[in-house]
Design a binder for this molecule. Structure first.
Ligand SMILES: [Zn+2]
Length: 306
């Protein structure tokens, strides 16, 4: 594993500050409170309500597998209570779709309860060496992923075939994974997909990278698949592909304007996202902020090879 870069970490923290500010001022991403309920989707798969990021669970005779642990321990405990209230089995596995705090902050609640935590190697590296938010302690060891894989991992659990897949990246971050419950035909995307809103993109990610990841994942599913995005309401393969179209179109337009020598204020003034604002521009991130984020994560502006 590569040593962690301090400069990149500071940059990441700066972006996370921005994300937190956006999230706290937003109604679209606000947590509904500490209460959570299970809502059946299909087969043995449920979603959990009341959390800032979407969490999904598989339950059956073997126990429960949970995808993402909430933005804090309050959300995690609410989800655990909802799972217990619904009579579902103990959480044996917790999957982290990526390293952002709103998907991992509740890890200790489930790890201390005996769940094995699964993630990509870079997620474990990041959580072991960097606070998930500025000025908070590192997560305890019980909250760290203990099972890591590079590209693909298949779990046979509760009669399901659960495919964990790391799409080509960097996408939303450098270490995203999706969870596909093959029998139930439900896909939990993590944050490579925000539905009904412009997405946040980590400084380690990029808009074209997210689009590439979405198209890669779209090839795994069909029109009947229930798609659970990282944030926003349920959607399907068409929604996933529409988000990929949006990301490609906006990033290509922004890159072209930048190549023509336009400054960021000039690019924002040109409204390169205009045709997508009706569908994506009413969430926590304004069209102008999204254009700025796309610009900042263009390979030419991050200094990183993509
Ligand atoms: Zn995220």
């Amino acid at each position: 594993m590569k040593p962690f870069c301090t400069l990149r970490s500071n940059l990441r923290n700066a972006f996370l500050f921005s994300l937190i500010s956006l999230a706290l001022s937003s109604s679209a991403l606000q947590a509904e409170g500490a209460a959570s309920e299970t809502v059946h989707l299909r087969g043995g798969v449920f979603r959990l309500t009341g959390t800032m990021a979407n969490s999904t669970a598989l339950s059956g005779a073997d126990g429960t597998l949970l995808v993402d642990s909430g933005q804090n321990e309050t959300e995690a405990k609410a989800m655990l209570a909802a799972i217990q209230t619904a009579g579902l089995g103990p959480v044996d596995y917790l999957v982290n779709t990526h390293r952002h705090y709103d998907h991992v902050a509740g890890n200790a609640v489930f790890g201390s309860g005996g769940a094995a935590i699964i993630a990509t190697p870079s997620v474990r590296e990041s959580l072991a060496t960097n606070p998930i938010l500025p000025n908070v302690p590192l997560l305890p060891s019980v909250a760290l992923p203990s099972i890591c894989f590079d590209k693909e991992l298949t779990l046979f659990f509760d009669g399901e075939v659960v495919s964990l897949y790391h799409p080509q990246g960097p996408a939303h971050t450098e270490g995203d994974l999706v969870v596909y419950f093959r029998h139930a035909d439900v896909l939990a995307t993590g944050d490579i997909l925000f539905w009904g809103m412009y997405p946040y993109i980590d400084p380690a990610g990029s808009a074209p990278g997210m689009a590439t990841a979405l198209r890669e994942v779209a090839a795994m599913i069909d029109g009947n698949t229930i798609v659970v995005p990282g944030h926003g309401p349920l959607t399907d393969r068409k929604g996933l592909l529409l988000a990929a179209d949006m990301l490609e179109d906006v990033s290509q337009t922004v890159a072209r304007l930048a190549a023509e020598g336009k400054t960021l204020p000039e690019i924002i003034a040109a409204h390169p996202s205009a045709r997508w604002d009706e569908a994506f521009g009413k969430g926590f991130m304004s069209p102008d902020n999204f254009v700025q984020l796309v610009y900042n994560t263009l390979p030419a502006n991050t200094g990183k090879a993509k």
